[in-house]
Design a protein around this ligand. Structure first.
Ligand SMILES: Nc1ncnc2c1ncn2[C@@H]1O[C@H](COP(=O)(O)OP(=O)(O)O)[C@@H](O)[C@H]1O
Ligand SMILES: [Mg+2]
Length: 304
């Protein structure tokens, strides 16, 4: 899995039909009504609502499309057995925000995340990064720009430094020691980790090494699939602190699946609730109690 991301092994040929990507300025906008019949946007002010739904009304107040990192348009996945896994997801993910994704297990959260860096190949014209259809991009460069962390870090053999150097090395770039140290610091690891081997690390430390390794590719977006659910509270806090710092200092955009409402409330700017492959709520984490969908309320109740 990790190797799939890091090595960027070629996926099967995408079944795309080579549409030119739409320039963002002429991108069709009226998606808000297509979200889902259940869709609601409780807790967002009007501007945010327009941004997230791509529903500009032409009054000049809308946030421009250049502030959107990912546009998701009618993203649908039907399994080989004709089961609907994702049902017409429509959402704009603004630049430089942490978007939390919550939902019951099996609701499609991982599938949604994996569509954003083509670990699952989405249909063409359904995922746009900076206005460009991602199925038209080189998949390896896409995965450098859109890094990913999973629940369990899988480090490669060798030292922490070897791991951190891995991505750049694939592109023929050897990181100097001081560059490796910088990345370790960024991931909240001190210099003593440099020459440790993966087997000497706790899961929490290994997760931070995995983060440093991903950061070595200088990603613009981080996809985080329950990155702290195997970690103790202190390691969880370390990772959360790093994510918030990356957002603040580097303007990185993040999409994070989490089972913890408390975590979402600590670090996310906006939260999206997936139920049965549909986005049923998009709202601010501190206004979850205003959600209309019963599952949102249930999540909130269980987290207290
Ligand atoms: N490759 C696949 N083939 C068929 N069904 C899949 C595949 N991947 C996931 N699914 C199904 O899609 C649904 C959503 O899965 P997933 O995205 O992993 O949900 P979550 O991350 O929210 O738990 C589940 O019912 C799962 O069984
Ligand atoms: Mg999952």
């Amino acid at each position: 899995m990790m190797q799939e991301v890091e090595l960027g092994q070629a996926l099967p040929p995408p079944y795309k039909n080579h549409h030119a990507s739409l320039p963002s300025s002429t991108h069709p906008v009226p998606y808000s009504t297509q979200i889902t019949p259940m869709g609601s946007y409780s807790g967002l002010d009007e501007a945010e609502e327009r941004l997230l739904t791509g529903d500009g009304n032409g009054n000049g107040n809308e946030i421009s499309s250049s502030d959107v990192k990912f546009e998701i348009r009618d993203l649908t996945r039907i399994s080989d057995k004709s089961v609907l896994i994702l049902n017409k997801l429509n959402i704009d993910i603004p630049k430089g925000v942490i978007m939390g994704v919550i939902g019951p297990s099996g609701s499609g959260k991982s599938t949604f995340l994996r569509a954003l860096n083509r670990l699952w190949e989405p249909p063409s014209q359904s995922v746009f990064l900076d206005g460009k259809d991602i199925t038209d991009l080189d998949v390896l460069s896409l995965r450098r720009r859109v890094g990913m962390l999973f629940q369990l870090p899988a480090l490669f053999e060798g030292t922490v430094a070897d791991n951190v150097r891995y991505g750049p090395q694939l592109r023929g770039k050897k990181l100097a020691d001081n560059e490796v140290y910088k990345l370790l610091t960024l991931a909240d690891l001190d210099s003593t980790f440099f020459s440790k081997s993966g087997s000497e690390l706790s899961v929490g430390q290994a997760q931070r090494v995995a983060l440093a390794r991903t950061l070595a590719n200088e990603p613009e977006v981080l996809l985080l699939d329950e990155p702290t659910s195997a970690l103790d509270p202190i390691s969880t806090q370390n990772i959360e602190d790093v994510l918030v710092k990356l957002k603040k200092e580097k303007g990185m955009t993040m999409v994070m699946v989490s089972h913890s409402i408390k975590q979402i409330q600590r670090i996310a700017d906006v939260v999206c609730l997936l139920v049965g492959g549909e986005i049923v709520e998009i709202l601010k984490p501190d206004r979850l109690s205003e959600a209309k969908h019963p599952m949102a309320l249930k999540f909130l109740e269980l987290s207290n």
